[in-house]
Design a protein around this ligand. Structure first.
Ligand code: GTP
Ligand code: MG
Length: 200
């Protein structure tokens, strides 16, 4: 995928701030610090368009990035970050839930999971929730570079089983460090965000 244009558009906290041009949207959900913002940078071949940090809790709004005038990647605040106040967590929860349930432009959610660990309780809840509301989802297992290649298969299997994903469900192994999985992920994103438009 060749990126001709990638720009940050808005950090939205309220629905009236969401873009109104009707372009398809692909959202990234996952634990705080799992690597969502880094994944966006890798997809866009930009070093630091999306702000990343070794400290969890960096992304605090719905951050919209427009790609090639064709779609938006929407970076979510991560869940499961203990130092965030209860009130703040509730506010994010509501913002994300409202977005996921009512945003017509949403075509796909990338559920980003750490390759090294068993999915957290929150990961499982998010997975179940997306399934329940029949929101199209792809599981992206990132930080693959932190695992020896010999363990990739075993970890992918463990992650799928833990989430309760079916055998046939596709999982994309990714690394924002090496670019592993980038083309494969773009293929999924393009397929999900374009097909449906035509069939409406
Ligand atoms: P929040 O905004 O807090 O939800 O975090 P996030 O999910 O956006 O994570 P972010 O992209 O900021 O990355 C967190 C840390 O993990 C940073 O120090 C990144 O450099 C590192 N990181 C992210 N992806 C990878 C990866 O694929 N490989 C390696 N080795 N490090 C990564
Ligand atoms: Mg982030």
């Amino acid at each position: 995928m060749k990126i001709t244009e990638a720009e940050f558009v808005i950090s939205a906290v309220k629905p009236h701030q969401y873009p109104e041009d009707g372009l398809p949207e692909v959202a990234l959900a996952g634990r705080s610090n799992v690597g969502k913002s880094s994944l966006i940078n890798k997809l866009l071949t930009r070093k630091a368009l999306a702000r990343t940090s070794s400290q969890p809790g960096k992304t605090q709004q719905l951050n919209y990035y427009r790609v090639n005038q064709a779609l938006y990647l929407v970076d979510f605040p991560g869940y499961g970050y203990a130092k965030v106040s209860k009130t703040q967590r509730q506010a994010w929860g509501e913002m994300i839930e409202n977005y996921l349930r009512s945003r017509n432009e949403l075509k796909l959610v990338l559920l980003v999971i750490d390759a090294r660990h068993e999915p957290s309780k929150d990961d499982c809840l998010m997975y179940d929730w997306l399934k329940h509301f029949q929101i199209p989802m792809s599981i992206v297992v990132t930080k693959a570079d932190k695992l020896p290649r010999s363990k990739w298969d075993k970890h992918l299997k463990m992650i799928k089983e833990s989430l309760g994903a079916g055998r046939e469900e596709k999982v994309i192994l990714f690394s924002s460090e090496t670019g592993l999985g980038r083309e494969q992920l773009w293929e999924v994103i393009m397929a999900e965000s374009s097909d449906k438009e035509e069939s409406v």
